[in-house]
Design a protein. Structure first.
Length: 304
């Protein structure tokens, strides 16, 4: 059993960092295999004990030999991740344009890539990894992240950190399952379509149209995990697809399988492939019911 502890970052970091997650087998040996479909997450990850192995499935993204790394948006199927040992993993999940604002590196530079954390953050990532390993509990881990990311935040120019129209649009896209056209979002951002597409790709990692397509696919995954008895036709409509066949074609593009085959394959594995991290107790309860090998706990922190 893997337990996921979810923690909100310091209030000053919340425009940039979505949450912290500690995933742990609590010192017990576990084994699992997990499919890695396309993903809309931008995450800094630390394996604090044993490391996974990775059957890449012919792709360029690889976990091999990486204890700490950053994954950008992933627009393709990336094979199967295997793990055997003591599972202790810490994740820092960024808001859509949070990585770009904190590092001043275009998010598009890490799309479909796994980048060594040290190549981006230098000694910052080494210090963070060491302090996470030595932390006594989840609260101390969150505090370590807060301190180091606040120090990084304080070194940035204020102009880079101000929420702009792209920030508002990218966050809006991540909070809905029904999307407008790119032209409508460009008007909301008060930009030409061409300028909007360029700026959006730099800050969020993809141009708006493929970004929305990736979000739709991940919304399908999340909805099926939360509501396993819901029909594919209903999920297709709820996630904004024209019809079920449209959804199936997109699903194959991002997971290398049709949706039924993908979830049948998941049943053979020890642990589900997609972690759906939500903070409300009702959603966590549904996840624990539908995902027998994982449970989810929200860690309440004192406001700093």
């Amino acid at each position: 059993m893997v337990t996921n502890y979810l923690m909100l970052p310091h209030p000053a970091l919340r425009p940039f960092v979505k949450d912290y997650v500690l995933a742990t087998s609590c010192g017990k040996q576990v084994a699992y295999a997990s499919q890695w479909p396309a993903s809309d997450d931008i995450t800094l990850m630390f394996y604090l004990r044993d490391e996974p192995t990775h059957d890449q499935g012919g792709t360029d993204c690889s976990l091999a030999g990486k204890r700490s790394y950053i994954t950008g948006l992933v627009t393709q199927y990336n094979g199967i991740v295997h793990f055997r040992g003591d599972y202790l993993m810490f994740l820092i999940k960024f808001k859509p344009d949070g990585f770009q604002k904190l590092t001043r590196i275009p998010t598009s530079d890490i799309t479909n890539r796994m980048v060594w954390a040290e190549d981006v953050f230098g000694n910052f990532s080494k210090t963070l990894c060491e302090q996470l390993i030595n932390a006594a509990d989840t609260h101390e881990m969150a505090s370590v992240c807060d301190r180091l990311f606040l120090s990084l935040l304080n070194r940035q120019k204020n102009a880079n950190l101000i929420a702009n129209n792209i920030s508002f649009i990218s966050n809006e896209l991540n909070q809905t399952t029904q999307f407008l056209t790119v032209e409508e979002y460009a008007r909301k951002a008060n930009m030409s379509v061409r300028n909007f597409e360029r700026r959006f790709s730099e800050q969020a990692g993809l141009s708006p149209r493929p970004y929305i397509q990736l979000l739709r696919f991940n919304n399908v995954l999340k909805m099926k995990m939360l509501h396993p008895k819901k029909s594919w036709a209903a999920i297709s409509g709820d996630c904004g697809y024209f019809d079920q066949m449209h959804m199936i074609r997109a699903f194959k593009r991002y997971s290398n399988q049709n949706p039924v085959a993908f979830f049948e394959q998941e049943k053979k594995f020890e642990r589900p492939s997609v972690n759906v991290f939500e903070s409300d107790s009702i959603t966590l309860g549904k996840l624990e019911t539908n995902m027998q090998k994982e449970n989810f706990k929200f860690v309440k922190r004192d406001e700093a």
